[in-house]
Design a protein around this ligand. Structure first.
Ligand code: NAG
Ligand code: NAG
Ligand code: ZN
Length: 502
């Protein structure tokens, strides 16, 4: 016993002596260097800021520190509760002013604020409504009493129903509830992913009758571009199934008609807003379909892209991945372009799941095997090292939609979003909104806020914002010359933004 203590003292003494000389403290200069090296790797870490940008960056940092120290931190809360706080945030107000480039992941059925659909569209003449057995609604514009359908027995003219009910505001609010996920009690109302997805799919079906009415569709698309433009977004890649669109007399238009209409609306909007770059469509079909139907859809998409090369960007499969068929299931359909020797760019949703190691989780790697141009969500990418490496090497950007991931219950506190890892490594990435009308957002500012303040934390700076904005042009489907024009347009806006806020 005694011996061992003596031995300990003997061996420890020289060490203690050494420690007192160097203090045991690592070299501060080396520490500084490592920190700078690490920051350099993050999204926007390599962006050199001008003096004016540095001034705004310091201001933003101060604001962020204040928000992080406050009793309630919006990114840690459910978006439906955080929204009023975010609206008051001076960072959010700056983000609204900031030119954000393009929105590359938005679905057509949820492009425009629900308020407009209810307060404007449902007040038009010839609008019929029907309440379904599963507590949902259907709408239909018709010049005569619509026939009963399997899901809809009794159609009522909305004008007559409103007159009968009297309480127009209350009734309109109930309609709004049918067309969005927004609620004051998200945790109570949506206890699980299954429940929130069920409502999600219901909303899409309910909205369809309103926005597939041909005259409404034109105004809807125009309004969608206007809402983005108002939020300083200058470009859109819209995922759309090109659903059958109808006239008052029941005439139905085909997909080519919808693409032509989309082209006309975009042209008209650009004529009135020369600082808007444009809009394209990613044709998408539901992953609930069988292989032959997806095969037909791929063939059709190839044809439509030939007819509308400026409008059609490519193809995607939509719908909940966890309960839907995975990409590998559709391999025969998805290999069709390669087999035919034609190109049809893919923009697959992949890895929008918490279920690590499942077939669904595998979508990430399969999307890359099918040469996807970008990855929708890529929520699971952070724990697929090989897929991550491939996606980085091939410049396949992840479309990060933070609010969507939170509302659809993949993550609750956005500080824990796996994209924090991707951001810290500077993985190719863009920010988007997925389904703005369902989540009660408009434009991209809300999602930029969550990514910048919540996911990026204090590390994310003005360089991060700049890179994320430029990325939306860099990783868009636009041909090189339009990317250049788009970048020049964005740069003018950016410089004006900086000089107005520094
Ligand atoms: C409905 O919306 C259209 C398109 O935005 C607009 O021109 C019209 O004035 C609106 N009507 C009403 C009653 O708000
Ligand atoms: C993906 O790209 C590689 C390399 O260009 C090509 O060999 C392969 O056929 C493509 N696969 C598909 C499914 O398009
Ligand atoms: Zn999506």
């Amino acid at each position: 016993m005694l011996i061992s203590i003596c031995r300990a003292v003997v061996t420890c003494l020289p060490l203690l002596w050494l420690a007192s000389v160097t203090d045991g403290v690592p070299d501060p200069a080396k520490r500084e260097l490592l920190m700078r090296e690490e920051t350099f790797r993050q999204t926007g870490g390599g962006v050199a800021l001008t003096a004016a940008e540095q001034k705004l960056d310091a201001h933003l940092r101060g604001l962020k520190e204040k928000e992080m120290a406050a009793a309630q931190f919006p990114p840690a809360m459910h978006f439906f509760k955080a929204k009023p706080l975010i609206q008051k945030s001076p960072i959010f107000k700056l983000l609204q002013q900031m030119p954000k480039g393009g929105a590359l992941h938005v679905h057509s059925s949820s492009l425009v604020s629900v308020e407009w659909l209810v307060k404007n569209v449902t007040y038009r003449p010839h609008c019929y409504i029907c309440f379904t057995w599963d507590n949902s609604v259907r709408f239909l514009f018709s010049d005569r009493q619509p026939f009963p359908r399997w899901d809809c027995f009794y159609w009522q003219l909305l004008e007559t129903l409103r007159a009968k009910i009297g309480d127009a505001a209350g009734f309109d609010n109930s309609l709004i509830q049918h067309l969005t996920l927004v609620t004051v009690d998200p945790d109570g109302e949506y206890p699980s992913q299954d429940v929130v997805w069920e409502k999600f799919e219901k909303v899409f079906i309910a909205t369809a009758g309103l926005i597939t009415h041909a005259p409404v569709l034109r105004e809807y698309l125009y309004k969608g571009l206007a809402e983005l433009h108002l939020d300083n977004v200058m470009y859109l890649e819209l995922r759309s199934g090109l659903s059958r669109t109808y006239e008052l007399d029941g005439t139905v238009h085909d997909k080519a008609w919808i693409l032509k209409t989309f082209q006309e609306v975009t042209k008209k909007f650009k004529a009135g807003h020369p600082d808007f770059l444009g809009a394209r469509i990613i044709i998408s079909v539901h992953r609930a379909l069988e292989v032959p139907a997806v095969k037909a859809a791929v063939k059709e998409a190839i044809q439509l892209q030939k007819e509308f090369p400026d409008v059609v960007a490519g193809f995607d499969l939509v719908g909940r991945e966890d309960s839907g068929r995975n990409l590998w299931y559709f391999r025969e359909a998805l290999s069709l372009p390669a087999d035919l020797g034609v190109t049809l760019p893919y923009f697959f949703h992949a890895g929008e799941t918490d279920s690590e190691g499942t077939d669904v989780d595998q979508n990430i790697l399969d999307a890359l095997l099918f040469n996807t141009t970008r990855i929708g969500h890529g929520y699971a990418l952070a724990h697929h090292p090989l897929a991550k490496e491939m996606s980085r090497k091939r410049n396949v950007a992840v479309e990060l939609c933070p609010i969507s991931n939170q509302v659809l219950k993949l993550v609750s506190d956005l500080r824990n979003h796996p994209a924090a890892v991707l951001m810290s490594e500077g993985h190719p990435m863009v920010i988007s909104s997925d389904d703005p009308s369902l989540f009660g957002t408009t434009g991209l500012s809300y999602d930029f806020y969550e990514a910048f303040v919540g996911i990026g934390g204090l590390k994310a700076n003005l360089g991060t914002l700049k890179e994320l904005s430029v990325n939306s042009i860099r990783y868009s489907s636009l041909p090189a010359h339009l990317k250049e024009a788009g970048y020049a347009m964005w740069k003018r806006k950016w410089d004006a933004f900086i000089s107005a806020h520094s």
